[in-house]
Write a protein that binds this ligand. Structure first.
Ligand code: DGP
Length: 114
């Protein structure tokens, strides 16, 4: 798999506003925020889409969601609530082919999504 813009962020080849990092997960603010808080949680080990995740990735996927929830608690908006989204392929609206969880908060989300 070729490197993506997120791979370059992991390698610090391009800048990002990083808000969380551990051995397996990196989180940074989205360049094009769709809410007052819009953070992307990505695995450091590149997986292109959710379709490409395997049972071996189960713990990693869980860690990404837990990192998002912990960030929400630390930042004080967990009780008000937030939305986590994983876009997959064209119909899902995926544009960067390095799996990521969007964390959106700071306003009331609408449903259904557009
Ligand atoms: P998706 O459409 O689900 O693949 O979301 C990709 C998101 O990545 C989109 O909301 C914009 C964001 N994004 C794209 N390029 C960059 C970048 O170079 N830096 C940052 N911080 N975010 C980016």
């Amino acid at each position: 798999m070729g490197d993506t813009i997120f791979g370059k962020i992991i390698k610090r080849e391009i800048p990002a506003d990083i808000v969380y990092e551990d051995d397996e997960v990196l989180a940074f603010r989205d360049l094009n925020p769709q809410a007052p808080v819009h953070v992307l949680f990505i695995p450091k080990r590149a997986i292109a889409t959710l379709n490409d995740a395997t049972p071996d990735d189960a713990a990693l996927l869980g860690k990404m969601l837990l990192a998002a929830a912990n960030y929400a608690k630390q930042q004080g908006f967990a009780e008000d609530g937030y939305r986590t989204v994983v876009n997959c392929n064209t119909h899902g609206g995926q544009t960067v082919y390095h799996l990521h969880v969007h964390l959106l908060a700071g306003r009331r989300m609408t449903w259904p999504p557009g």
